[in-house]
Write a protein that binds this ligand. Structure first.
Ligand code: COA
Ligand code: ZN
Length: 318
């Protein structure tokens, strides 16, 4: 395999995950999770979103969360924003980076942000202006980049046209999001083979959901094509409230475990991350999909069954 020596993970659990939890996660617990994630050395954390509190009541405490987290030098704290109102709130809350949202599917964009793609582009132009004046970098995410729960497969040409419109707005960082886990590795590879040469200089991020157990395979496909930024959610939390059938993101500790096992660095303390995942399970009050919390790391060893040590000793004495 062709692998980078280091990749950058953006933890999105407190945004993509907590936005879809049935109960409101108390502000103080959100802050605790962000601080624990920072302490693992996580390089990027999408903390919350500045959206309408009517649309996503679970994240109505975005300002307070941003004000109360302890900022670790070396971690970039970002938030999701759909319009200029959200951008002004995010800038006032001193986010390090704004993540915008638009969908490659008209149906999902209408369901998610109540705008056509063209209307969203107008709003994102205003977001870019707010961010430019404040000196805050923007990364532009595209929901349903590969498939839409209402429309089915999103043609590569459609994705490319949305990317082109974002690049026209000045985007230099673009996130391709597989919102409902419909992409497969061959499709991800085809999309990147088309987009990467067409838009040189863009920093690409892949945002995956593991709805159909294809998240890590999709990430490996992107990694082989030179993508080095990936979103992931602690424990495998996650899901879009406006995309039926959406479920958790790729689980951060499972992904980081896979990367470390292959010799790819992330700068994250995996043991501390696994502890954080256990704490998040307590907070949400149920087991999460992540595997490593249950299985332990690949180097976990079990005691030998009775009788086997003596027979092993006899074998090696021969
Ligand atoms: N933050 C807080 N409030 C906002 C807001 C923002 N970013 N944008 C709009 N609002 C408020 C308006 O002030 C208005 O408030 P009022 O009813 O008290 O006057 C209300 O929301 C409606 O505003 P409007 O511009 O008409 O928006 P809308 O009802 O068409 O909704 C969005 C559009 C984008 C604001 C809304 O669909 C949304 O927040 N979606 C978020 C989707 C999301 O987070 N999805 C998951 C992540 S992919
Ligand atoms: Zn998502």
């Amino acid at each position: 395999m062709k692998l980078a020596t280091r990749v950058t993970i953006c933890e999105v659990g407190t945004r993509d995950g907590f936005q879809i939890e049935p109960g409101f996660i108390p502000t103080e617990q959100k802050v605790e999770v962000v601080d624990r994630l920072s302490a693992t050395g996580m390089p990027r954390i999408e903390v919350t979103s500045f959206v309408s509190p009517k649309a996503v009541p679970q994240l109505r405490d975005a300002e307070e969360v941003m004000a109360r987290i302890r900022r670790r030098p070396g971690t970039v704290y970002s938030a999701l924003v759909p319009n200029d109102k959200g951008a002004v709130r995010a800038v006032d809350a001193r986010v390090d980076e704004i993540h915008t949202v638009i969908s490659a599917s008209e149906s999902h964009n209408l369901a998610n942000v109540n705008m056509s793609i063209a209307e969203s582009i107008v709003k994102l132009r205003a977001v870019a202006e707010v961010a430019r004046r404040a000196g805050v970098p923007v990364s532009a995410g595209i929901s349903c980049s590969f498939g839409c729960p209402f429309e089915g497969e999103v043609p590569a040409a459609r994705l490319e046209s949305v990317v082109a419109r974002l690049v026209d707005l000045g985007a230099t960082s673009i996130g391709l999001a597989d919102t409902t886990g419909m992409a497969n590795p061959a499709q991800v590879a085809r999309a990147l083979e088309r987009l990467v040469p067409r838009f040189p200089g863009i920093q690409w991020t892949l945002h995956t959901h593991d709805t159909r157990a294809m998240a890590i395979p999709n990430i490996l496909a992107a990694l082989e094509l030179g993508v080095t930024q990936f979103d992931a959610s602690i424990g495998g939390l996650g899901g879009c409230p406006f995309a039926p059938g959406a479920s958790g993101n790729v689980c951060t500790e499972d992904l980081i475990h896979c990367l470390h096992a292959m010799g790819v660095e992330t700068g994250v303390d995996l043991d501390a991350l696994i502890e954080t995942s256990r704490r998040v399970q307590e907070i949400v009050g149920r087991p999460l999909p992540g595997q490593i919390v249950k299985a332990g790391k690949w180097d976990r060893r079990y005691p030998l069954p009775d009788g086997v040590p003596a027979r092993l000793a006899a074998l090696s004495a021969r």
